[in-house]
Design a protein around this ligand. Structure first.
Ligand code: ZN
Length: 480
């Protein structure tokens, strides 16, 4: 018999690794540092960091490291470049390859959080969380456009396909390509616009990144649009990028080298919200097409997108996809039309920009509520709700999930009179295989930060790598 004098939620913690704090934050279960709160029923700790906490007899400690017996949750830190891998997705009969985070953070999170949830439920606790989407939505949808190059025909074909769906698009522009296209930038004025850097490259040096990002932001501003947010060229993520984003006060960013297909989070040591997307785009399918025609690839990607939307919708994962107007979805807008109609045909989808989603995610993290009573008859005491959105609380029971509006004040619930709806938790929208990134050429390129995007005269030669790169580019260009 559980003594109902102590709150079942929030979960208190003594010291937890950043990976656990990140996953619990993504889950939306109320948590609080133990020294910041009165006694609570459950106290989480990590035996690798501290001894078991001293508790009252009506408290229960839970050792989170025990749940990691077969997985190793790796932190995402702004100070350490994440390990990446080549991942392959099956798109029809094409294998589409992208360089992404080596760790599948979504799967690690789902596995570990469900183990913790089961443990707490077995100990007489309750599992409730703030829904990842505002009430009453089932999920959220956004198509992110990375505007690497400006090709007028492709750009305006993309705009035609977007018409009527503008609110669920976000556009990240390369400044070097768009600074001379104020009309194109103006056509995006009422949509969500962010920066994709000035030159299309993610540097290994913080100073170079800062300069490139600042220059990219300034170029878009000169066209009369104030950009919010950033996505890194090639989806790369490294400490030099994190430092530059932080120092420029960029609000959110999205790089699949940090994470893909996961819920948003803030890397350890960073204040920049990371919003992962699904990393499969038409571009990587065209890269892997071999003897197939563009038309066949376009049909395969359209079908793949429809299936991925179906699965992610059922699993209530964000429907955050991406593509490039130039030479890709702008040239073959039928891919976009299929994606938009797959999303539009489903009820309960929040069609939103990434900027608006980032705002929601911050407000969601600031919700404060407690659960008293017992697992069968929980009593919610809600102290703080998001100021600009309606939120929902999700009660996860053995038979499924019940969703209720999260409103300030008290709410008495009973398991008997609550309808739990079964949920699909897994999705097959995942890589079919991974391959380590190998080869001398690859490592030499990374070491030199090799690229052809920055004009030779602009290569920053304040460090040895830059001087070497500059000489080699000079030499190559002289030979050409
Ligand atoms: Zn790009």
């Amino acid at each position: 018999m559980i003594n109902d004098s102590l709150p079942l939620l929030p979960l208190a913690y003594d010291r937890l690794p950043s990976s656990w704090l990140r996953m619990l934050g993504q889950e939306g279960v109320p948590i609080v540092a133990r020294h910041d709160a009165g006694p609570t029923r459950f106290v989480l700790f990590d035996g690798r960091l501290s001894p078991p906490p001293t508790l009252r007899p009506d408290q229960q400690s839970i050792e989170v490291s025990l749940f990691e017996f077969d997985v190793n949750p790796i932190s995402i830190s702004a100070a350490v470049a994440p390990k990446t891998t080549h991942a392959f997705w099956q798109v029809g009969d094409i294998e589409a390859r992208e360089e992404v985070a080596a760790v599948d953070h979504r799967t690690v999170r789902e596995t570990l959080i469900s183990r913790l949830r089961c443990a707490i439920q077995e100990l007489g606790g309750v599992w409730m969380r703030t829904s990842p989407y505002p009430f009453p939505y089932q999920t959220a949808a956004n198509f992110r456009f990375d505007h690497d190059r400006f090709i007028a025909d492709d750009f305006y074909r993309m705009l035609d396909a977007v018409r009527g769906h503008e609110e669920m698009t976000s556009h990240y522009l390369c400044g070097s390509q768009y600074e001379s296209q104020p009309e194109a930038v103006a056509a995006l004025r009422d949509m969500d616009v962010g920066s994709h850097g000035y030159h299309h490259h993610t540097y290994r040096d913080a100073r170079e990144n800062r300069r490139n990002i600042q220059r990219g932001l300034d170029a878009i501003r000169r066209c009369g649009v104030d950009p919010v947010g950033f996505v890194a060229p090639h989806g790369r993520y490294n400490p030099a990028l994190a430092e530059a984003l932080q120092s420029l006060g960029v609000a959110h960013s999205s790089e699949f080298a940090a994470a893909y297909d996961d819920l948003p989070f803030t890397p350890e040591g960073s204040g920049v919200l990371q919003i992962p997307v699904h990393p499969v785009c038409l571009g990587i399918a065209l890269d892997g097409k071999r003897e197939r025609t563009d038309k066949q690839v376009v049909a395969a990607v359209g079908e793949y997108f429809e299936a991925a939307v179906t699965e992610k919708y059922a699993a209530r994962e964000p429907l955050f996809f991406y593509g490039h107007p130039d030479g890709r979805v702008g040239r073959y807008p039928e891919v976009l039309r299929r994606w938009f109609s797959a999303v539009a045909s489903r009820p309960g989808v929040w069609r939103t920009s990434l900027t608006q989603f980032a705002r929601w995610w911050r407000e969601r993290a600031a919700c404060r509520w407690e659960v008293h009573g017992t697992a069968d008859r929980p009593r919610l005491v809600v102290d703080r709700t998001p100021p600009s959105f309606a939120a929902a609380v999700e009660w996860v029971g053995p038979a499924g999930v019940a969703s209720l509006p999260l409103t300030k004040g008290r709410l008495e619930l009973s398991a008997e009179h609550t309808q739990f709806v079964p949920r699909t938790r897994t999705t097959r929208t995942r890589p079919v295989r991974l391959e380590p990134i190998r080869g001398l050429r690859h490592w030499a390129h990374r070491l030199l930060d090799w690229e052809y995007e920055t004009p030779v005269k602009e290569i920053d030669a304040h460090h040895l790598r830059g001087r070497l790169k500059k000489s080699l580019r000079h030499w190559k260009e002289a030979r050409a």
